[in-house]
Design a protein around this ligand. Structure first.
Ligand code: CMP
Length: 143
C-alpha cells in the first residue's frame, strides 16, 4: 500500500487546523499510520528542502519551518501521494482552488499550511527523515 508524508506547517498548527486537516484525509478514506507534533531541527529542514537550496526563498523557508511545532503524519492508501496533493491544492495560493486545503485556508505561498510528498521516492525519503520505523503502525480498518 502506498504511503506519503504530510506535514501541517507552523502556520497551520498556530491556526488550529490540525483537526480539520486530519478530518479531510480520514473522510477521503485514507489511513493514518503515524503522527507526531514536533519542532524540527535545522538539519532535518535542510535535508527536507534540499532541492530548494540556493533559491531566493530558501533561508526564509528553513527558518519558517523550524520556527514552531509542525504536525507530521504518515498516511496510507491507494494513490495517496497524488490524491493528497490534489486535496492540498497548488503551492501558489493564487492557483489553489476553493475546496482544497490551501484554497480554503492560505493566502500567502510562503504560509501555505501543509506539505505533501510529490513522488514515492520523496515519500520514502521524507518519512525516514521524520519517523523511526517503529513509529509507523500497521492496522486493519475493518473493526
Ligand atoms: P512546499 O511545496 O511544501 O515546499 C516548498 C515550499 O517553498 C512551498 O511549499 C512554499 O511554502 C515555499 N515557496 C515556494 N515558492 C515560494 C516563494 N516564491 N516564496 C516563498 N515561499 C515559497
Amino acid at each position: 500500500m502506498e504511503k506519503t508524508f504530510l506535514m501541517v506547517k507552523p502556520d497551520g498548527v498556530q491556526r488550529g487546523l490540525i483537526g480539520e486537516i486530519v478530518k479531510r484525509f480520514e473522510q477521503k478514506g485514507f489511513q493514518l499510520v503515524g503522527s507526531k507534533l514536533m519542532v524540527i531541527t535545522r538539519e532535518q529542514a535542510e535535508y527536507h528542502y534540499e532541492e530548494h537550496k540556493g533559491k531566493g526563498f530558501y533561508e526564509e523557508l528553513v527558518s519558517f519551518i523550524t520556527s514552531g511545532p509542525v504536525f507530521g503524519m504518515v498516511w496510507e492508501g491507494d494513490q495517496v501521494i497524488t490524491l493528497s496533493r490534489t486535496m492540498m491544492g497548488k503551492t501558489n495560493t493564487l492557483d489553489a482552488l476553493p475546496g482544497t486545503i490551501r484554497g480554503d485556508f492560505a493566502v500567502h505561498t510562503g504560509l501555505n499550511i501543509i506539505h505533501g510528498s510529490d513522488s514515492p521516492e520523496s515519500a520514502e525519503r521524507e518519512i525516514n527523515n521524520f519517523f523511526k520505523p517503529e513509529e509507523i503502525v500497521s492496522y486493519s480498518k475493518d473493526v
